[in-house]
Each structure stands twice: as structure tokens, then as C-alpha cells.
Design a protein around this ligand. Structure first.
Ligand code: COA
Length: 333
């Protein structure tokens, strides 16, 4: 028993923010951003939210799967930017889709989120606990980006992607995932309870520090450290998954990597001694959409007819945590 993807969907905000527009408020240029990252433009949520985009992506995936929302046993939303701390995004998506029989929860593994959620969904299906699972990656990163930091604000975008997994007879591929909490400071976004927020508590009458209580919120990153981590760990985990399944890189038709940076994808391809044409990219259009990037790309390839039944896909995610992982699947649509 395994989970087979039988429908995909994606939704991105209408508002396009290109590099030239960013260069109007931070000291950067279209040329610098394109050369260092490959990003040309990204989408920014204005009226859209994490759950509204996720529901639209989910609706498309359900439609393609040819099922009713009531048939979904579980909604798993990978997000680091839910609309609310609670209820979770997955419950909000459930309500919007009318998936009344689904159990719903969120999973935060930053840019590895979709990959980890896919593995979690597979584990539920393989155990026999659930048969039909909607996995969504959805982010409004523009809400947590520090728009004064040119080192990070150029990288990220908003969007959502989804896939429906259904239990079917088939090979249960081995996947892999890893975390390294020691690397946490390399890519960090402080939350309301973070030590560095300077807050001392919330009891009535308790004194709070002056001003904003500490560091400006938003994503902070050691770009070089994250780059080094990605180009070392992604090929490593891809090889781990290939070996565990008795496959070689030649057996894989498409490598669907988290869309963080063109130079990272190119470097991974080189280290795996595999032609770059097997590494599709759309980061030039959307930037880094974190947990949404893999399912947005998967949906784009699916809708363009690039994926053929029986082809082998290798998905690989990496990001804050630090965290990274890979999973191989056979395309079933
Ligand atoms: N525009 C122009 N100059 C910029 C800039 C920008 N947007 N951002 C940084 N710079 C400057 C720096 O200030 C530095 O100037 P200095 O030499 O005068 O100090 C110079 O460019 C080089 O900066 P550096 O940080 O060393 O650049 P880099 O080659 O490492 O590229 C990243 C920066 C962020 C593009 C790169 O490190 C990267 O892609 N890292 C991975 C990030 C990532 O993918 N994160 C998410 C993973 S899920």
C-alpha cells in the first residue's frame, strides 16, 4: 500500500512585485538579484491569505482527483505563516472546502514543510489509518519579511500548492528526512514568545521593555551558511534515498527541488552529475515560496503535461531548522 498523487493544484496572489520595484526601496538592482538568485519577480498577497490560497489550490487538486471533499480523511497544511496561531490553517481550509470528514492539523518545517508533510501523509496511508489525504503547502512570507533587509527581502514570495494522495497498490518507496537544531540561527524568524523579543511575560501589571521590545521582527539569515548547507546536504539526502531504493540518478526523470535559489539548484545538479534539464525551475516567477514551492512546481509540470504516468520524481526540500529531506515517487496520473 502506498499513497499516490491523483490531483494537484496551485494558487498565487495577483500582485506581482518585480526586482526593479524592490530596488526602489532597498539598495539593490534587478541585475544583482537575477545573478545571485535567479529570481525576477514574485507574488505578494494583498487580499489573499494563507488559507484562502490553500483552499483554492486544494479545490483544484480535489477536482482533478475526481473526488468529493467529504471523501478526504485528513488535511495536512505545511505552513510557517498561518493566518492565525489557532485555529490552524488546515481547519480553515477544511471549512472553505467543506471537507467535513477530515481531521486537520498544520505542520511547520519551514521550507522543508511540503516534503515533511508528504512523508507524514504517506506514513498515515501506509499504516492504514487514512486513505485520502490533502497535503497543502501555503505561505504568506511577505508578512514576515523585513522589507528593509536587502539580503533577505529579495528572496521570498507568497503562494500555495496542493496534492491529493490516495491509497493504492504500489511500491512503498523509502524516503529520508533530517534536522539539525544547532543550525537554527542561520535562518530564523522570531515569534511572539522568542527570548530575543525582550518580553518578560504577559501577566497584568508586569513591566514590559520600552519600544518594540527588542529586535525588529522578520526573517534573518546568514545567506552564505544557508547556501553551503543546501548544496552539501541536498545531494547527500538525494543519494541516501536513491541508495535506499536501489536507484541511481539516471533512473529519475525529474528532480523537483525546493525553489530557493537558481545557483543552489545548479550546484545540486552538478554534484549529482545530472543534467540541469532534469531540474525544472520556476523560482524566477515566484521567488522562494517556502513550503509552497514544491507543490506549485509540481502542479505547473502536471498541468503542462510534462509528467507522464510511471515517471520517477525525486522531491527534495531544505530550509530553516535546519531541516532537509527527499522522497521518490512514481507519477500516477
Ligand atoms: N543587492 C545588492 N547587494 C547586496 C544584496 C542585494 N539585494 N544583498 C547583499 N548584497 C551585498 C552584501 O552587502 C555584500 O556587500 P559587501 O561585499 O560590500 O559586504 C555583497 O552583496 C555580497 O554579499 P553576500 O551575502 O556575500 O552575497 P552572496 O553571494 O552570498 O549572495 C544570497 C547572497 C542571499 C543571494 C546568497 O547567500 C544565497 O542565496 N543564500 C541562500 C539563501 C537561501 O536560499 N535561503 C533560503 C533557503 S530555504
Amino acid at each position: 500500500m502506498t499513497g499516490v498523487i491523483c490531483g494537484t493544484g496551485a494558487c498565487v496572489p495577483d500582485r506581482i512585485l518585480d526586482n526593479n520595484e524592490i530596488a526602489e526601496f532597498v539598495d539593490t538592482s534587478d541585475q544583482w538579484i537575477q545573478e545571485r538568485t535567479g529570481v525576477i519577480r514574485r507574488r505578494i498577497a494583498v487580499k489573499e491569505t494563507t488559507s484562502s490560497m490553500a483552499a483554492e489550490a486544494g479545490r483544484q487538486a480535489i477536482e482533478e482527483a475526481g473526488i468529493k471533499p467529504e471523501e478526504i480523511d485528513m488535511i495536512l497544511a505545511a505552513t510557517a505563516t498561518p493566518d492565525h496561531i489557532f485555529p490552524c490553517a488546515a481547519c480553515e481550509i477544511q471549512e472553505k472546502l467543506g471537507a467535513v470528514n477530515a481531521v486537520c492539523f498544520d505542520l511547520n518545517a519551514a521550507c522543508s514543510g511540503f516534503l515533511f508533510a508528504y512523508q507524514t501523509a504517506q506514513a498515515y496511508i501506509v499504516s492504514g489509518m487514512y486513505r485520502t489525504i490533502l497535503v497543502v503547502g501555503s505561505e504568506c512570507l511577505s508578512r514576515i519579511v523585513n522589507w528593509e533587509d536587502r539580503g533577505t527581502c529579495i528572496l521570498f514570495g507568497d503562494g500555495s500548492g496542493a496534492a491529493v494522495l490516495r491509497a493504492a497498490e504500489g511500491r512503498n518507496w523509502v524516503s529520508a528526512a533530517h534536522s539539525d537544531g544547532k543550525g537554527g540561527p542561520a535562518l530564523l524568524c522570531q515569534g511572539p514568545n522568542a527570548e530575543e523579543s525582550g518580553k518578560t511575560g504577559n501577566l497584568p501589571g508586569q513591566a514590559q521593555p520600552e519600544g518594540d521590545g527588542g529586535k525588529r521582527p522578520g526573517i534573518s539569515m546568514d545567506g552564505k551558511a544557508v547556501f553551503q548547507f543546501a548544496v552539501r546536504k541536498v545531494p547527500e539526502v538525494v543519494r541516501e534515498v536513491l541508495d535506499a531504493n536501489g536507484l541511481t540518478a539516471e533512473d529519475i526523470d525529474w528532480f523537483i527541488l525546493h525553489q530557493a535559489n537558481k545557483r543552489i539548484v545548479e550546484s545540486v545538479a552538478k554534484r549529482l552529475k545530472t543534467d540541469i534539464s532534469k531540474f525544472p525551475m520556476n523560482l524566477q516567477e515566484y521567488g522562494n515560496t517556502s513550503s509552497a514551492s514544491i507543490p506549485i512546481l509540481l502542479n505547473e509540470m502536471n498541468r503542462r503535461g510534462m509528467l507522464k504516468k510511471g515517471q520517477k520524481l525525486m522531491m527534495a526540500g531544505f530550509g530553516a531548522g535546519l531541516s532537509w529531506g527527499a522522497a521518490v515517487l512514481e507519477w500516477g496520473i
